[in-house]
Each structure stands twice: as C-alpha cells, then as structure tokens.
Design a protein around this ligand. Structure first.
Ligand code: PMT
Length: 222
C-alpha cells in the first residue's frame, strides 16, 4: 500500500552526530549513530522519494538510491542543508547537532599542562530554527531528544522553530533514542495532534513518520 507513494517528493534528511574540533586530534560529539536518520532515508527512497541524506560521520553504509552528502561539524551541516533547502519539499532533521563548539580550534595538538584545563564553548547555529524562518512551501520535521518534560519541550520546539511536526523521543527510556535498533516516539503536529507510537524498529518508525507527513501534507492541500 505504501509502494511508491512518495514518487515526486524531494526529501532531505539529516542523520548522525556532528563533530566539533578542539584541535587536530580531538573533538566533541554525542552518541548518535545515524540509525534513525538512515532508516528514514531508506524508507523514503523505497517509497519513491528523491532523497538527499546529509550525514555526520557514522559507521553505516548509505542506503541505495539516495544522494549522500557527508559533513563533519554543525556549521558544515548548516551549509549543506541551507544550500539545498529551496529545492526540497520535506526536511527531516534527525541529526543530533552540537549546540556548542570550541570557541577557537587549536592549530596544533594541545599539550598536557599541569592542573585543570578550561575550554570555552560558543553556540552553533540552530539549523532547524533557520529553516523555520526561511520556510516557504517546505514541510519541516524536527526531532526532540529529551530526558524530561518531553511533551512540553516538543510543543515548545514546534512553536519556536516554526516546524510542522516534531518527533519526540525520550532518550532516557530503554529501547529508545541513541544507538538502539528500536525507538519509542510521539509525533506532534502543528495542528495540535499527538500520536504515541509503541516501541518498534527504527525502520518501522520511519514508515510511520512518513505516513504522518503525507497525511499532514494532504490535509493541508484540502
Ligand atoms: O542516530 P541514532 O543513534 O539512531 O539516534 C537517534 C536520535 C536519538 C539521535 C534521534 O532520534 C533524535 O532524537 N535526533 C535529534 C537529536 C537532537 O539533537 O535533538 P535536540 O532536542 O537537541 O534538537 C532538536 C532539533 O533541532 C533536532 O531536529 C535537531 O536536529 C535540531 N538542531 C539542533 C541543534 C542545532 N544547532 N541545529 C538543529 O537543527
């Protein structure tokens, strides 16, 4: 039934973690493996969408039939996504993007010194918020990785970032969030709808998420 139901849809998905360099040999990152985002890219491609996958470094092989755009830092991801935004119909931001990066990157490997070390961090650009500001026709899906107040934070992100849908996962739950093959999510839409999904594989979550996107887009056209 889902067979080729995304023909003609141009979808960009971001996946994985960013790496924020400290010096030539060190970086800050997080536990995202890219599994969630790659599952979405694969599911959308199988359904006939024209898929672009913008990905931080992962151990995964990009799915067949997607345009693959590898990136390293939050700023790289920002540039890659913004450059392709106008041509896209749907954006799914499943990457775990760093909120902070070292204020300066040391050009040489930092040497050990006696005592503590302080590294000053500065904010990265919020890609989702920028997409929300520049939105024309696109359908914008954000993720929310929370450990508490999931609903409140998800609804806050919908509003503040001008997103059309937020997929919230409580990353403190086992079988959900970073690294696992399954996830447990709640999908919040702009028009106030809320859909709780039980624990299922990231592949199945991907299809459910895409179902919800198609449904919301259809509703919008009516
Ligand atoms: O990759 P896996 O191991 O499979 O794990 C999947 C996942 C847990 C990473 C995924 O399901 C998920 O929740 N991704 C979003 C993680 C995240 O960064 O959430 P957040 O609440 O910090 O950010 C909210 C949204 O803003 C996200 O869509 C994020 O992509 C976006 N964001 C955040 C910071 C930033 N500078 N720019 C952004 O666009």
């Amino acid at each position: 039934e889902r067979h080729r139901d995304m023909e003609g849809v141009r979808l960009l998905v971001t996946a994985g973690a960013t790496r924020e360099a400290v010096d030539p040999v060190r970086f800050f990152t997080n536990h995202s493996t890219g599994k969630m985002g790659y599952a979405i890219a694969e599911a959308a491609a199988k359904r006939g969408a024209q898929v672009t996958l913008v990905s931080g470094k992962t151990n995964l092989t990009p799915p067949a039939d997607v345009e693959f755009v590898p990136v390293v830092s939050a700023e790289d991801m920002y540039q890659a996504v913004i450059a392709r935004y106008d041509k896209m119909d749907v954006i799914v931001k499943s990457a775990a993007v760093a909120d902070y990066r070292p204020k300066s990157i040391h050009s040489q490997k930092m040497k050990k010194q006696p005592g503590d070390l302080v590294i000053e961090l500065e904010r990265t650009r919020d890609i989702l918020a920028e997409l929300g500001k520049r939105k024309t026709h696109q359908f914008l899906v954000g993720f929310a990785a929370e450990t508490e107040n999931v609903e409140e934070n998800a609804r806050g992100k919908l509003e503040r970032k001008n997103a059309d849908m937020i997929v919230a996962n409580n990353v403190a739950q086992s079988g959900a969030g970073f690294g696992t093959d399954t996830n447990i999510v709640t999908i919040y839409t702009k028009d106030g709808e809320k859909r709780d999904l039980p624990q299922m594989s990231k592949a199945e979550i991907a299809d459910r998420l895409l179902d919800a996107v198609l449904e919301a887009c259809k509703k919008r056209r009516e």
